[in-house]
Every structure is written in C-alpha cells, then in structure tokens.
Design a protein around this ligand. Structure first.
Ligand code: URA
Length: 265
C-alpha cells in the first residue's frame, strides 16, 4: 500500500529532478527501474525433445484488441460527458501513462465549427485544455478575425476544439499509427455528438486520421467530405508561427470557411 511517506519521498525526488534541470518526460510511460527483474546471466536450459516428437507450439499471450474496445466504449457514450469519461477510463494507449491530463475539448459544444488538432503540447497537458499555448493563441486570433471564438455563446459565432490524441506524446513526437487507430473511434463519436456544420483539420495528423491522406501544403484550402461533414484542411498554427508567409493562405482558408457557413445556413 502507498504510504504518505512514499508520496512525500516521490514528490521530493521529482522536485530534485526539476531543480537539476529536468523539464520533460522522455518515455511514453513512467518506468520504475527498481522493480525490474535482474538480468538472467544464462538462458534457461530447455529439456531435450524425444526423437520423433512434434516441436511444441509457441504459446502466444492473448492480445487485447484495443481498437475493438475503443469502438465499444465510444459507441456506448450517449453524450459528451460520457465520452469524456470513457476516454479518461481507456487503458489501451500508453501515452496516457505519461500525461498529466486527459485533454478533451474546449469551446462551445453547440458551435457550427469543430476544429481538430493533433495532440496536446506541454501547456495543454498542464492545463487540461487544447490549444492554449502560442499556437493556440494564434488559432484564437485567426478565428477572431472572422468573428468566431471558443467563448462565444451563440452557435453561429462559436468554435469547438479537440485533438486526435487526448494525451501529450513525450517530447511532442508524432503519435504513432497504432495510437491513432485506438483513438479514432472516440474522435468519430465526438464529431457525431457535437454535430457541427463543418470540420477544420489543423495539420497533417488530423488529415491523415479523418481523410486518410496528408501533405497539408497541397491539400490545405480544398474542401473535402468525411464523416458526413464538409472538411477544410488548414496549416497548423504552429506551422504558421514558423512560416509567417503562409498566413496569407490561412486567411484565404478562413474566408472560405466563413463563406461555406453562410451557404449552409
Ligand atoms: N497543437 C495541437 O495540435 N493541439 C493542441 O492542443 C496544442 C498544440
């Protein structure tokens, strides 16, 4: 059982690491190296098989089908609160073990526009909300330029934001195909429950996840359809921060979104 002593000891150790300059977890999941088995110096000797005996079949441990579990859990979620709880309870994805928070959403669930990003970064992991770091602040300014915000109470002016991955990958690496495959059922259910008029995909990861293709520099600005919605791929705001010249195209994409919304209403 965990004692208060263990807890305070672990906290002091963590603070000491931070004082030494550690800023980030580098593995997908914490590893308690004290509990690792000592290495075997010699491989175990196998009994000799009898002449003519059939070689024993290797016994594979049964694998859990986390994609199937994710599909079941997502389908059973009847509303956003239930979906949030189902994601937070999902144990299939290793990223969860290294994350501080499950980052589910921000904005108005009645919004006409649902924005899908990649995964939380450091700030989002700490705060538990998507797109609140520098890239998120740019995203807010971009949508403010067409009169939309996450704080708006009227659905016509509101945006709703989520990510493909609810947990921060260590060192902000790209999520793997397996990690994404487990979380797609939750994302698709998320889109069903919010039922926006259109989706905006920020960068390559959501394009690959929702449209099955990437190459954002080429596909941005071109309307597509997925999951029963019009979809606009856009350059990720973090890319725009590094490539300010691409903001002109992002502005054109925002105007295309505004005009699509007018056409749909
Ligand atoms: N980048 C993303 O794609 N999502 C966030 O929440 C933050 C940064």
């Amino acid at each position: 059982m965990e004692s208060a002593h263990d807890w305070h000891g672990a906290k002091a150790l963590l603070e000491w690491h931070i004082e030494l300059g550690a800023v980030d977890a580098i593995g997908d999941a914490p590893v308690d190296r004290y509990t690792l088995e000592p290495r075997q110096s010699k491989p175990e000797e196998k009994p000799l098989s009898q002449p003519g005996a059939r070689p024993a079949k290797p016994t594979a441990a049964p694998q859990t089908d986390y994609v199937a579990l994710a599909k079941q859990a997502a389908a059973a979620a009847g509303d956003l609160a239930a979906l949030h709880a189902a994601i937070a309870a999902f144990e299939g994805c290793e990223l969860k073990r290294g994350a501080r928070n499950t980052v589910f959403c921000d904005g108005n669930p009645a919004a006409r526009v649902m924005i899908i990003g990649e995964a939380p970064g450091r700030d989002e992991d700490i705060e538990g909300k998507p797109f609140i770091g520098r890239a998120g602040q740019l995203l807010d300014r971009m949508f403010a330029a067409i009169g939309m915000s996450r704080g708006a109470t009227q659905s016509k002016d509101a945006i709703y934001i989520t990510n493909v991955m609810p947990w921060r990958p260590p060192n902000n690496r790209d999520p793997s195909a397996e990690e994404i495959a487990m979380m797609v059922p939750f994302l698709e259910r998320h889109v069903q429950l919010v039922a926006p008029d259109l989706l905006v995909l920020m960068g390559n990861t959501p394009c690959q996840t929702v449209l099955g293709r990437k190459g954002i520099v080429k596909i941005r600005g071109n309307w597509d359809d997925a999951w029963g919605k019009p979809v606009m791929p856009m350059a990720h705001p973090a890319y725009l921060l590094r490539n300010p010249a691409a903001k002109r195209e992002a502005w054109a994409d925002l105007l295309a979104i505004q005009s699509k919304l007018r056409g749909l209403s």
